[in-house]
Design a binder for this molecule. Structure first.
Ligand code: SF4
Length: 307
């Protein structure tokens, strides 16, 4: 039987900024394409996150299916379109057991990857896990398109927010993610996330305890958009947060027949654009930053999703 509090939030779903208003309990589906039960594709000790999240033993990543953003170039395209036939549905209590299992395997943290469309269930799963002894930090890993009201319900449960800030231009976010309001929504979400965690703290062991890492994946030909985002993040938060500048954009059309990319996204980053953005970041005096060495594009680092 489903918890009544959870049921009401899914009955008229306003959980994310899409505000579809559908009844997910009765089988209706909104933009994210998912029902009320969180669907997990894989969970694993993930070695590919930023160093203070990965540590030596790995981050306890839980990859949820579906997404409320669905960028057309998604690097997790396999599982972001909606639930797959290979995903497993979990009740909040079962999710809590999964977190405790990852902790017992040595995970440095629990890393919830794209779980925003399941926030009511995530909240309950975390409360149960903490009651049952979960000690490691919880990382909320997100595309950045989140509702402030929903984020507020996670207060006290999340130690580290790790959102993307993907787009500055409304034209770009409208075209690539159907969300012309992306920057406006994301900037408010980041304010709320930072309000909850405060400035970042990394322990003597190099593992992050609390705070915020904002990721930005550079897109081919969009250096100007990247610079506007870096200006914003450095001006607003400076070294109270970490910025992770990513060069690993990979056109994945060869892999997914349903992926239809505009011409400018059918190539990797132009030579020199990543170095220019990294230089720009240092000119802004941002020392709390992660930059990638060499060409990190390609699908080798992507998890092997079930589909
Ligand atoms: S969580 Fe899904 S159904 Fe609910 S508002 Fe967002 S996209 Fe729509």
């Amino acid at each position: 039987m489903r918890d009544l509090n959870l049921t009401s939030e899914y009955e008229n779903c306003l959980i994310c900024p899409r505000k579809c208003g559908v009844n997910r309990i009765n089988g209706e589906r909104g933009y994210c394409g998912t029902g009320p039960d969180p669907v997990v594709n894989i969970h694993m000790l993930h070695q590919g996150e930023e160093p203070p999240i990965t540590g030596v033993r790995g981050s306890g990543a839980v990859f949820f299916e579906g997404c409320s953003l669905k960028c057309i170039f998604c690097q997790n395209f396999d599982i972001s379109r909606g639930p797959t036939s290979k995903g497993t549905s979990y009740a909040p209590g079962e999710l809590s057991d999964l977190y405790l299992d990852l902790e017992s395997q040595g995970a440095h943290n629990i890393n919830l990857v794209t779980s925003g469309h399941f926030i009511p269930s995530i909240r309950e799963s975390l409360k149960t896990a903490k009651r049952n002894g979960l000690k490691i930090p919880v990382v909320y890993n997100s595309g950045g398109y989140e509702s402030v009201d929903s984020l507020r319900t996670l207060e006290g449960l999340i130690d580290i927010y790790m959102p993307d800030m993907k787009f500055f231009s409304p034209e770009l976010s409208g075209r690539l993610a159907g969300a012309p309001d992306y920057f406006e929504v994301c900037s408010k979400a980041l304010d709320e996330m930072f309000r909850q965690t405060g400035p970042s703290v990394i322990g003597d062991d190099g593992i992050m305890r609390k705070g915020m890492i904002v990721r930005h994946l550079m897109l081919p030909g969009k250096l100007f958009d990247t610079k506007k985002i870096l200006d914003y993040l450095c001006g607003k938060f400076g070294n109270d947060i970490y910025i992770s500048l990513m060069n690993q954009y990979t056109p994945l059309e060869y892999k997914y027949k349903d992926m239809h990319l505009p011409d400018f996204l059918k190539r990797k980053l132009p030579h020199g654009h990543y170095a220019a953005a990294a230089d720009y970041l240092s000119l802004l005096d941002q020392t709390n930053a992660f930059v990638q060495e060499g060409d990190a594009s390609g699908d080798e680092l992507l998890p092997n999703f079930k589909n």
